[in-house]
Write a protein that binds this ligand. Structure first.
Ligand code: F6P
Length: 331
């Protein structure tokens, strides 16, 4: 038998774990299918005339790119009709999206960042889609913002796609993290990494160093110690990588270890990344791969959200480094 397809993997998981409902598997497949369409659109680049700005701003005040808007629409169209969802929320929409009345309601809520790393779109650097699936509270048919405000540990599934040299889908259903590579000739996601495991130790860190003057003392101390290398307190040299697309940075951490940080600082007082559709799904995946994720103090998956587009500080990756950074904050 050849490689396992996404559909086969989902069926195997359902057989092995009774709590994985067929509806959840179907939802993941549909999300993956629309990510293939997004991947195809991205792959055409300037040929499709879809690069550049859409001329609008999202709720965060960021300029929306044409592809942000197109990806958002693709994901909504693919998922709203099937009866898997009662509600949808996206980085690109201020309020949760109401499922049109003609469609049946389902037991899940889907949250997504349709195109993460959008500053990299026009420069041909890896970008991606991130998604999170939460249970819809019992008895709720038309979920409001408050119904989405569940801690990340409630997630029943999470995933992301990196549109890079290869298009790669990483998912967790709560039983480990796995990765699939898109075979562009057949349009099939094929399992290429089973049981992803992040090494507990690392000598590689990722942080936007242009924020250095704004960092709080624990972050300054951690990075200074890494930079001091062999002759410093860590006694070894560290390497730095920063892609500025969380999807690509997190995929690297999943592939070979590392610590990725977008901490709160004097400029980003509440953090830079969004809790519900960036930090939570990534933290779920990272923990399922044996890593750790905190906001510098608290486990990200235990944070009780208070707003749909809430930001949060993020420190994730190889366990021992995340513990070290978190300890520096607590000291
Ligand atoms: O919106 C999220 C994001 O694009 C991440 O993918 C990335 O890590 C971060 O923003 C980069 O932000 P900045 O360029 O402001 O440091």
């Amino acid at each position: 038998m050849g490689r396992v397809t996404l559909s086969q993997y989902l069926i195997q998981q359902q057989r092995a774990h009774k709590e994985i409902a067929p509806d959840l598997a179907a939802l993941i497949e549909v999300v993956a299918r629309s990510c293939k369409a997004i991947s195809a659109a991205i792959g055409k680049g300037a040929l499709a005339g879809i690069l550049g700005s859409h001329g609008t701003q999202n709720v965060q005040g960021e300029t929306q790119k044409e592809l942000d808007v197109i990806s958002n629409e693709m994901l909504i169209e693919a998922t709203e009709w099937g009866g898997w969802l009662s509600g949808l929320a996206s980085e690109e929409m201020e309020q949760p999206y109401s499922i049109p009345a003609q469609y049946p309601r389902g037991k899940y809520l889907l949250l997504f960042d349709p195109l993460d790393g959008s500053s990299n779109i026009d420069v041909n650097v890896s970008i991606g889609t991130i998604f999170s699936v939460l249970p819809c509270p019992k008895g709720v048919n038309d979920p409001a913002e408050k119904d989405f405000l569940q801690p990340g540990r409630n997630q029943v599934a999470a995933g992301f796609v990196v549109y890079g040299p290869a298009t790669i889908l990483v998912i967790t259903l709560g039983h480990g993290a796995v990765a699939f590579t898109l075979d562009r000739e057949t349009g099939t996601f094929l399992l290429t990494s089973e049981n992803i495991g992040i090494p507990e130790d690392t000598s590689e860190f990722a942080i936007n160093a242009s924020n250095a003057r704004n960092w709080h003392p624990p972050v300054k101390r951690y990075i200074e110690e890494c930079l001091a290398g062999k002759t410093g307190p860590r006694g070894r040299d560290f390497n730095m990588r920063w892609i500025a697309s969380m999807v690509a940075d997190v995929f690297r951490v999943l592939s070979r270890g590392g610590v990725f940080m977008y901490p709160k600082d004097a400029k980003h007082e509440k953090g830079r990344l969004r809790l519900l559709y960036e930090a939570n799904p990534m933290s779920f995946i990272i923990e399922q791969a044996g890593g750790a994720a905190t906001d510098g103090d608290t486990r990200i998956l235990d944070i009780q959200p208070t707003a749909l587009h809430q930001r949060v500080g993020v420190v994730l990756g190889s366990k021992n480094e995340v513990v070290r950074v978190t300890d520096y904050h607590r000291e």
